[in-house]
Design a protein around this ligand. Sequence first.
Ligand SMILES: Cc1cc2nc3c(=O)[nH]c(=O)nc-3n(C[C@H](O)[C@H](O)[C@H](O)COP(=O)(O)O)c2cc1C
Ligand code: SF4
Ligand code: SF4
Length: 268
Amino acid sequence: MKLFLLYYSGAGNTQLVATYLMRQLRRMGHSVTTKFAKKGLKLPSISGYDGLIVGSPVYAYQPPDTLLEVVKHLPKLKSMPVYTFMTKGLISGNAPLALANAIESKGGIVIGHSEILMADTLFLLTSHRGSLWEWFMLQANMLAVRQIKRLPHKVIKAFERKSRYRFRKKLYVPLTNIIAREFHRFVEEKSRLFFADEKCDLCGACVGLCPNSNIRIVDEKVIFGEDCDLCVRCVHRCPQEAIQIGRYIAKAPRYVPQRDRYLRELMK
Ligand SMILES: Cc1cc2nc3c(=O)[nH]c(=O)nc-3n(C[C@H](O)[C@H](O)[C@H](O)COP(=O)(O)O)c2cc1C
Ligand code: SF4
Ligand code: SF4
């Protein structure tokens, strides 16, 4: 099969799953092209593919705005089968259906969906390095490994069957939708508190890492703009661990999924 894999990722959980999926599908003899859904990405026609896979994290019970924007600008999918997978810290709320609706409004047909519980990249920032709370949150990755290993086979089975996926009705969604709206205000507030502390050596990595191109270096100073989704990619990936959000995360661990004791076996 010839498949296109589009994904978005903040700290890297979804990226790790996408990379694993791509490698395994190729080992199974399929052809896979991948693309990170950065802000402003416009894909040319993908009509030559047998199917599309879309990977997304859950942010405040929704898919990230940036990914929804990229999906909105996809070329017409003309009944193309689409498999979606999401990584989440606990509860996905309306995120799977919102992503499916965006895909179906482009003419795609969602034929399968998986959700994988992984370390919560936002809540990890509420813990202290080496604390029990940090250890507890990382345990989700132990359970994730089995699910991630099963994903390639689930994806291929769904593409072979090609029947429309039925999402379960969730009665709690009106409540999570209210929280999601409030969360947007929270993001706006917190994104104004980003700064690079004295550990910053102006390497420039964060500029390229931000999916929203929201970081610049001007006059030897790291500047954060106003287009932040709080994906926390820059926070976790800065090689000097220099990016701070006010004084809230000074003692928090930085998390790189590839180095996680459970997930790293998937990178072999
Ligand atoms: C801004 C933000 C909001 C989040 N909101 C939720 C949520 O509503 N429900 C949930 O289950 N997990 C939530 N999480 C946890 C992430 O979905 C989870 O850690 C995911 O694996 C992150 O993937 P990524 O590293 O590819 O961004 C949130 C994480 C962030 C950064
Ligand atoms: S990645 Fe970190 S060290 Fe490099 S420029 Fe950005 S804030 Fe500074
Ligand atoms: S500034 Fe940092 S947290 Fe905000 S969107 Fe860019 S990488 Fe994500």
